[in-house]
Design a protein. Structure first.
Length: 379
């Protein structure tokens, strides 16, 4: 589905099923990636949870031991396997710097033009890990192994924020009707806007999916940023005495603050600030960028944008990993070409496409952008 179609018809509005959206390697390779991801993780971290309805206490499946003077932790594999056989779900929140999940997570981030946080859910039974609930961010559920049943219902609490989780608002009833039911199979992606009730249930077979949450800027973020403007408004600096005495100055202050909210320059400054606070991981290239004796970028090296939101290229700038760079016409051409391909581009093809006649100069520029984490390279 083209991005513009998704933005127009689905984003923030209603769920969307992308059938066979992920090209998966053979199942053995997928399982190898899952196993290695869990093996590298720290099981004592609070990001790991075992659920069968309620949380299973961590000491039931994590062992602490002394290793040459340091306390380390490891999974008690026998316990882990038994809990999985008994229907529990192993939850791994905030997965970072994992080759297994990074590539697809970055693709979702670029498609949604939003910062992402990814979690993994592994199960073999038929018991739900959570009861029916809503999330406070949009989620792309990416099914990588097996299948899982999802039932979804339209929101009855519009656009919940992070402090408004369904479990914290018991006065909001669960919907009595289901608006969508789907069985996700390996390779499928389900988009769930925030606020939509959903109940994912394993189906008595192997299942692993990634839940990729997206975090675009919202009005609450904007208001938090605008709080820095409040001290500049005289009416908000006054001491409060009584409503009769203060209502006039408060009204004037509110009007001044409303003008700040609707100032397009403030809006643009906030959007740049929000983008500037986001970070996107990328791999190292020590042998090229850290080696003073390197011959530079190989012409067959693959380059891609390491950005969350590259929609600002047309405006003449790009923000990635806390760095803002202004783009001239030639710079725009390079970045627009990288964006349009939607896949890594060989250095030699990038040079040939731009026909700039300054290959060494452009290579040095590319190396600088790689060092700044604005571009990513694969050798």
């Amino acid at each position: 589905m083209p991005q513009e179609t998704f933005f127009r018809d689905y984003r923030y509005q209603k769920p969307c099923l992308f059938k066979n959206a992920v090209r998966l390697p053979d199942k053995a390779e997928v399982w190898r990636g899952i196993n290695e991801m869990y093996q590298r993780a720290n099981p004592a971290d609070e990001l790991f949870k075992f659920r069968k309805g309620p949380l299973i206490p961590k000491e039931h499946y994590v062992e602490a031991f002394e290793d040459t003077g340091r306390i380390r932790h490891r999974f008690n594999k026998a316990a882990v396997y038994e809990y999985l056989k008994d229907g529990a779900t192993l939850v791994y929140n905030r997965i970072n710097n994992e080759p297994f999940s990074d590539d697809i997570t970055k693709q979702v981030a670029r498609f949604a033009q939003a910062h992402t946080v990814v979690s993994g859910y592994l199960a073999f039974g038929g018991d739900p890990s959570y009861k029916n609930h809503w999330d406070t961010r949009d989620v792309f559920a990416v099914q990588l192994v097996g299948k899982k049943h999802w039932s979804l219902s339209a929101p009855n609490f519009e656009m919940p924020l992070y402090m408004q989780q369904s479990k914290d608002l018991p006065h909001i009833p669960e919907p009595e009707t289901t608006d969508m039911e789907v069985v996700l199979e390996a390779g499928d992606i389900l988009y769930i806007p925030r606020g939509w009730w959903h109940n994912p249930v394993p189906m008595g077979c192997e299942t692993f999916h990634l839940a990729i949450g997206t975090f675009p800027p919202n009005g609450h973020n904007y208001m938090e940023w605008l709080m820095n403007k409040v001290p500049d408004i005289v009416g908000f600096r006054h001491n409060l005495q009584s409503w009769a005495q203060d209502q006039g100055s408060l009204k004037e202050a509110a009007e001044a603050f409303a003008a700040e909210i609707t100032d397009p320059d403030n809006y643009e400054a906030f959007m740049q600030h929000f983008l500037g606070n986001q970070r996107t991981d990328s791999g190292f290239a020590f042998e090229i960028l850290g080696n003073p004796h390197s011959d530079g970028l190989p012409e067959d090296a693959l380059l891609s944008l390491n950005t969350v939101d590259n929609s600002t290229i047309e405006k003449g700038y790009l923000i990635a990993n806390g760095v803002k760079i202004d783009l001239d016409d030639k710079g725009k051409e390079v970045f627009l070409h990288l964006r349009s391909t939607q896949k890594p581009v060989m250095v030699k093809h990038l040079l040939a496409h731009n026909q700039l006649g300054r290959e060494e100069e452009i290579k040095k520029l590319l190396e600088s952008l790689l060092a700044l984490d604005i571009l990513e390279v694969r050798i």
